[in-house]
Design a binder for this molecule. Structure first.
Ligand code: ADP
Length: 600
């Protein structure tokens, strides 16, 4: 909207008007105006401008004999020259019916330049011939005032006199000339759009008239516009909306034609572009809110086309709408809502892709991670059904089935809980528990695997600090880290688990002597489903989900996780967790009786 009120916009409005004007030329009509042209040839013929007044007097005598309706003279007659010749010209004016003489505003705009008194007395009226400052003559103000002195336009006076109408009646929006109502609001200085005649205004030059007096008959019943059409003498050559250059006198004659034909264009109310802009913007927004895909694009295209068509449709109804504001509005709104729409859709698409990916990985996780306990259960139950076992053996296998299925159920539960935790769907439990409980439970679970690979897991002193949060999830997190340490380490190596207190935090470091990771891997291992190339190639099964879960659990407990690693040497995963407030004292006391638990 701000753009709509700018200078650039008014230039665009002007250009849009010119385009509409050019593509909507009116039907041909027979002009009522006629030019008596002072062209180059005429000036040569009469021996220059100094002989113009005498020649004009003779020409007018001839022309007026043919009974024209009115004569509008667009020549500057402000100076007195030869008194005898001036008197002769004034006498010719007096003999003619309804002569209107031109009055102009001096260059600095301070006063009127009127015809000399001798001519003024002989004329029926004066009319202004002041051209608009706009380089393109789209409109002419029917009224011009300097100080308290005001003149109607030359063409308007010629029109009034040709209609033999009385004084012009003024209302804020119109001028009444006889029976003709001219829409020319005072707010626009009574500006009227000139509807340039589709066919050129016919003209007879002074030279032609001099050489062929019978040509004067052509002026019968016409309104004559007298003026310079000579390139060098015509000081006001202006551009029309069709892009042609035209002399002032022809423009005045065209204004007269506009009045004569009653083909008026009105400016749209000031509120219309504003309302149309609001509607355009709202429409573009609603399209992208309620529609999507190709339907949204098609609707947006149709809406754009409709808004572009509005100025044309209004023009067909003789209304001029300045289109820069609504067009700027519709384009800006369409671009903004289309990009917004595009990015929202993209985001949704990315989310659904991620969901799909997660789902696939979940399946992967279930098939890989859960295979081991399932195989154990299957194998054991098969043994039980096939062979006759003694009671002890049966009991042992049944216990194993029970513990493996419990583990399976626990895994599923943990997996689902963590998924829901990451999605923010479940609230973390807020229990208070001792670090050693969690850590030792995780160590116990990892021990079986470590024993199989003959890996020694040693645990340093565990300070008896209290933590606040979800015990099961934290156990799962530590188990995962220990499990990875075992999984990615060769046989006969060692794993150390060391704890230390750092202010209000406890730090648990799990160090292995395994395959290690490249620096590039370290940046990504906490991403879901990321597995290092080394791990993939080693044949060790995994899903790449564990560390992302650990990371999620630790951050849900307001903790941090870090990793250091060197290829071939091993890795250290460090978890830092806040100690429960109020339990700080216990931990300090607890330090006095540290204990070392070694799992072998
Ligand atoms: P998974 O072990 O199922 O692949 P994780 O999320 O637990 O998934 O681990 C992600 C990746 O981080 C692993 O694939 C592996 O490349 C690397 N990684 C994790 N822990 C270790 C470790 N202790 N030593 C070497 N690499 C590790």
């Amino acid at each position: 909207m701000l753009f709509g009120w700018s200078r650039a916009a008014s230039q665009l409005d002007g250009q849009a008007y010119d385009w509409l004007f050019s593509v909507n030329r009116p039907e041909n009509w027979k002009p009522k105006a006629m030019l008596l042209a002072v062209d180059e040839g005429s000036l040569i013929e009469i021996g220059g401008a100094r002989n113009l007044r005498q020649t004009l007097a003779e020409a007018l005598d001839q022309v007026c004999a043919a009974k024209p309706l009115a004569i509008a003279v667009d020549l500057m007659l402000s100076t007195s020259e030869d008194p005898k010749l001036d008197a002769a010209l004034a006498a010719s004016f007096a003999k003619c019916p309804s002569v209107v003489l031109g009055a102009d505003i001096v260059r600095d705009g301070s006063q009127w330049e009127e015809p000399a008194p001798i001519f003024r007395r002989a004329a029926a009226s004066l009319g202004h011939v002041h051209a608009e400052p706009d380089p393109v003559s789209r409109q002419i103000s029917l009224e011009k005032a300097v100080g308290v002195k005001r003149y109607w336009a030359l063409a308007l006076e010629a029109f009034r006199l040709s209609k033999q109408a009385g004084p012009i009646l003024e209302t804020p929006d119109d001028l009444d000339v006889g029976l003709t109502k001219i829409p020319a609001p005072r707010s626009t200085a009574r500006g009227v759009y000139i509807r340039y005649s589709p066919s050129p205004i016919p003209q007879v030059t002074l030279k032609e008239l001099k050489n062929n007096p019978a040509a004067s008959l052509l002026f019968s019943g016409k309104v004559i516009f007298v003026g310079y059409t000579d390139q060098s003498a015509a000081r006001d050559r202006l551009t029309t909306p069709m892009g042609q250059l035209m002399t002032g006198v022809e423009i005045h004659a065209n204004l007269f034609e506009t009045l004569q034909q009653g083909v008026f264009l009105r400016d749209a109310p000031v509120s219309l572009p504003v309302l149309l802009t609001l509607a355009a913007v709202a429409g573009a927004g609603l399209i992208f809110v309620f529609l999507s895909g190709s339907i949204a694009w098609a609707a947006a295209g149709a809406w754009l086309a409709f808004i572009h068509f509005a100025p044309q449709w209004l023009y067909w109804n003789d209304i001029v709408l300045r289109p820069a504001m609504p067009l700027a509005g519709i384009w800006l709104a369409t671009i903004c809502s289309a990009s917004f729409h595009y990015f929202v859709i993209r985001k949704q698409w990315k989310k659904s892709e991620a969901d799909k990916n997660r789902y696939q990985q979940a399946i992967h996780f279930v098939t890989h991670e859960m295979k081991t306990p399932l195989t154990a259960i299957q194998g054991s139950s098969e043994i039980m059904s096939r062979y006759k076992l003694n009671e002890d053996k049966q009991k042992q296998i049944a216990q194993m089935i029970h513990s493996e299925s419990k583990r399976l159920a626990g895994m599923i539960q943990t997996f689902l809980d963590v998924e829901r935790l990451a999605e923010g769907e479940i609230e973390l439990k807020r229990d208070s528990f001792v670090l050693s409980d969690v850590l030792l439970a995780a160590l116990d679970r990892a021990r079986t695997l470590a024993e199989r690979k003959e890996i020694v897991v040693s645990v340093g002193a565990i300070p008896p600090v209290q933590l606040l949060g979800d015990r099961e999830l934290l156990e799962y997190a530590f188990y995962n880290l220990l499990n990875n340490a075992v999984k990615y380490s060769p046989e006969h190596t060692g794993i150390e688990c060391n704890c230390s207190i750092d202010g209000a935090k406890v730090r648990v470091a799990i160090r292995d002597q395994g395959m290690g990771m490249e620096p590039a891997d370290l940046k990504r291992i906490f991403d879901r489903f990321y597995r290092s190339k080394r791990a993939e190639e080693s044949g060790i099964t995994g899903t790449g989900i564990g560390l992302s879960i650990v990371n999620e659990i630790v951050s849900q407990h307001e903790g941090r996780i870090g990793v250091e690693s060197e290829v071939g040497k091993g890795s250290v995963f460090t978890v830092i967790l806040p100690i429960r407030v109020g339990a700080r004292l216990d931990s300090e006391v607890g330090n006095a009786n540290q204990r070392t638990v070694t799992a072998r």
